[in-house]
Design a protein around this ligand. Structure first.
Ligand code: AQP
Length: 334
């Protein structure tokens, strides 16, 4: 890693398939930023067990996530990509940061409220303290910038508050990170309930597009996307379904919302949905082709998993050892 470049950290939970929302809100931005920054892209498997996961599925999805990062264009030679669970410093720092995070702050987190409603049978302490682990993920690497969708804005704000609190209690220790929110793709909504964000763990498969969905499946999902009863292709708060599709179209084509609306002047919803499906299919085709190639190369992926975790651990330890010293843990006898 070059000392001159700023540091980026970002991650995704392997709790389903990478969705178009994850792609437009995060992954696509990662590929744009990788040249100019020292980047760490983590598969945050420890976060995903805040909701019950099937163990073999979690193992398979974690590996698939890493391959999707590479297929999307992240260069594994230039960036650090790894599993969170392979770098125990994340959990060690998270414990310390838990002790610098207030219950009142965690109580305000909308993700906790949403997920505890969705998983009422399993409202565990990990789900509640999730933001402290996320703060640890980010602060361990003296991160400058965190590219996330705006659903994660609240967690990032809290990470900043925790960093400032710790720095004030001792002495400057953590860099206070900034968020990076890609414009158009910042929040992709569910295709079935467009007032809700698109989520990979949605039980309704028609609500999300996975970036590995075949062209037929993508077309079918867009065809079934919920719209409204008038027939006007216009971005408006009272037209969440149409606005979401315009947003997706604009994020992929790079056109403004106004230009996107013009593209569909006088067209019906059917044609519009198919046009959005087509730009999505074209955008994902190269990624899907690369993914198929990577699936054949087990040794290559294994090598990346091993080496990157070692590098991440080395970097993480620099911060962790400082933190341990500052809070008063006795030095290790070597
Ligand atoms: N709908 C979305 N639109 C834009 N960005 C999104 N992100 C997630 N959903 C959208 C961004 O994707 C990155 C990875 O998210 P995550 O895996 O850490 O968890 P999440 O935000 O909880 O994503 P999901 O898909 O909703 O997962 P589940 O269903 O497991 O909870 C983040 O940068 C996020 O902002």
């Amino acid at each position: 890693m070059s000392d001159k470049k700023k540091v980026i950290f970002s991650g995704m939970q392997p709790s389903g398939h990478v969705t178009l929302g994850n792609y437009l809100g995060a992954l696509k931005n990662w590929t744009d930023l990788q040249e100019d920054y020292n980047c760490l892209f983590c598969v945050v498997d420890m976060h995903s067990i805040t909701v019950r996961q099937d163990p073999p599925t979690l193992r398979r999805l974690s590996r698939e996530f890493l391959m999707q990062y590479i297929a999307a264009g992240i260069n594994p030679e230039e960036n650090i990509m790894y599993y969170q669970s392979h770098v125990p410093e994340h959990a060690e720092l998270a414990w310390i940061l838990n002790c610098f995070t207030y219950m009142g702050e965690l109580n305000r987190m909308t993700q906790f409220k949403d997920k505890s409603q969705r998983h009422a049978e399993n409202i565990n302490a990990g789900l509640f303290t999730y933001p402290a682990l996320m703060a640890a993920d980010i602060l361990l690497y003296q991160t400058d910038l965190v590219p996330v969708g705006d659903d994660q804005k609240q967690h990032l704000e809290l990470a900043r508050d925790i960093a400032i609190r710790f720095n004030n209690a001792y002495s400057p220790t953590f860099k206070v990170p900034e968020g990076y929110f890609g414009k158009a793709g910042a929040r992709v909504m569910s295709l079935q309930e467009p007032n809700k964000k698109m989520s990979k763990s949605d039980e309704d498969e028609n609500a999300f597009v996975s970036i590995l969905d075949s062209p037929d499946v993508i077309a079918r999902k867009f065809k079934r996307a919920v719209t409204d009863s008038d027939n006007e292709i216009r971005f408006s708060e009272d037209k969440p379904g149409i606005s979401n599709l315009l947003n997706i179209y604009s994020a992929i084509t790079g056109k403004s919302i106004e230009e996107s609306e013009k593209d569909f002047d006088g067209k019906g919803y059917g044609d519009f949905k198919m046009a959005v499906a087509e730009v999505v299919i074209d955008e994902l085709r190269p990624l899907q082709d690369r993914y198929k190639e990577l699936e054949k190369d087990k040794a290559y992926i294994d090598g990346i998993i091993k080496e990157n975790a070692q590098t991440a651990s080395y970097l993480a330890n620099k911060t962790l050892s400082k933190v341990q010293r500052k809070v008063g843990f006795p030095p290790k006898i070597r």
